[in-house]
Write a protein that binds this ligand. Structure first.
Ligand SMILES: Nc1ncnc2c1ncn2[C@@H]1O[C@H](COP(=O)(O)OP(=O)(O)OP(=O)(O)O)[C@@H](O)[C@H]1O
Length: 260
C-alpha cells in the first residue's frame, strides 16, 4: 500500500492486440496534477482510459493507496471520475438529472438521491456556470456547455482521482480559465488528485506540477514543466518550430513560430 495520490507501475496497454502504451510508471502526491502531453496518437487517451479501469492492461494503478485493479466497479466509481474527450450525453435528460447521476456510486442499492446529493449537484452546477440551465435538455446545450455539464457530473461524483481528457477543447478562453482554476482550487483544498491530457503545452505547464510526455506510447520525458518543455525536445517529438521562454514563475511559455 502507498500513501501517494496516484502510482502507475509498468502500465502496458494493447488495443486489439496492438501494443499502444509501453511500461509507463509514475508517481504523484495527493493533490498533485499530472498532465499527459504528446503528439496525436501518442497514447494519452489510451493510458487515461486504462487508469480509469476501462481498458485491460498490464501493471498496476494505485489511487490514494488502493490498488484499483482489485476493486469492484462501484467502489472504483467512488474513487475515480473520468470525462472522455467527446462525452456521449443522453439528449433528453435535463442537465440537473444528468449531474445527479454523478452521485450514483454513493447511493445505497435502490436508493434515490437525498438532500446532500441534490445539494452537491446544485453546487457543481453553480461552479460550472450552469445553474441557469439546470432544467434544460442536454440536447439544447452548446458544445462548450455540454463539456461543462460532463465535468459537473464528474465533480458531483466527489472522486479522489479526476481524469479529464482534453477538458477545455470546446471552451472559450474565459471558461477555460474558470474550469482549470476550479479544478486547481479543488485539488488544493480536497483530497483530489488530477490527471488531464492537454494539447496546449503552455496551459499544461501553468496548471500541472508534473508532465509526462508520451511519444509512440513510451515515456519520452517526465518531471516538472520546466524540465520537460524544452525547445529541443518539442522540436524533436512534435516536429514543431517553437520558442520556449519562462514566465515570471519560471513556468515555460511555448510560442509557435511561422514557417519561412
Ligand atoms: N483498436 C485499435 N487497434 C489498434 N490501434 C488503435 C486502436 N484504437 C486506437 N488505436 C491507435 O492507438 C494510438 C493511440 O491513440 P490515443 O487515442 O491513445 O492517442 P492520443 O495520444 O490520445 O491522440 P490524440 O492527441 O490524437 O487524441 C493511435 O495511433 C490510434 O490510431
Amino acid at each position: 500500500m502507498s500513501a501517494d495520490g496516484l502510482v502507475l507501475s509498468g502500465v502496458d496497454v494493447a488495443l486489439d492486440r496492438t501494443p499502444i502504451v509501453h511500461a509507463v510508471s509514475c508517481s504523484l502526491a495527493p493533490g498533485g496534477w499530472l498532465a499527459l502531453i504528446g503528439p496525436n496518437g501518442a497514447g494519452k487517451s489510451t493510458l487515461l482510459r486504462a487508469v480509469a479501469g476501462l481498458l485491460p492492461h498490464r501493471g498496476t494503478v494505485h489511487v490514494h493507496g488502493t490498488d484499483v485493479g482489485r476493486l469492484p466497479t462501484r467502489d472504483r466509481a467512488r474513487l475515480i471520475a473520468y470525462v472522455p474527450q467527446t462525452p456521449v450525453l443522453p439528449p433528453d435528460m435535463t442537465v440537473r438529472d444528468y449531474v445527479l447521476l454523478g452521485r450514483t456510486p454513493h447511493l445505497g442499492y435502490l436508493a434515490t438521491p437525498g438532500e446532500r446529493d441534490r445539494a452537491t449537484a446544485a453546487r457543481t452546477l453553480a461552479d460550472l456556470d450552469l445553474a441557469h440551465y439546470a432544467d434544460r435538455r442536454l440536447a439544447a446545450l452548446s458544445g462548450g456547455e455540454r463539456q461543462r455539464a460532463a465535468l459537473a457530473r464528474a465533480l458531483a461524483q466527489e472522486p479522489r482521482l479526476l481524469l479529464l481528457d482534453e477538458p477545455t477543447s470546446a471552451l472559450d478562453l474565459g471558461h477555460q480559465q474558470h474550469v482549470l482554476d476550479l479544478v486547481d482550487t479543488l485539488r488544493r483544498t480536497q483530497p483530489l488528485t488530477v490527471v488531464t491530457t492537454l494539447h496546449d503545452l503552455t496551459t499544461a505547464a501553468q496548471y500541472a506540477d508534473h508532465l509526462l510526455l508520451l511519444h509512440q506510447g513510451r515515456t519520452e520525458a517526465a518531471g516538472p514543466p520546466a524540465d520537460v518543455i524544452t525547445q529541443a525536445l518539442i522540436a524533436r517529438v512534435y516536429q514543431a518550430r517553437v520558442t520556449v521562454t519562462p514566465d515570471p514563475d519560471g513556468r515555460p511559455v511555448v510560442t509557435p513560430l511561422r514557417g519561412r
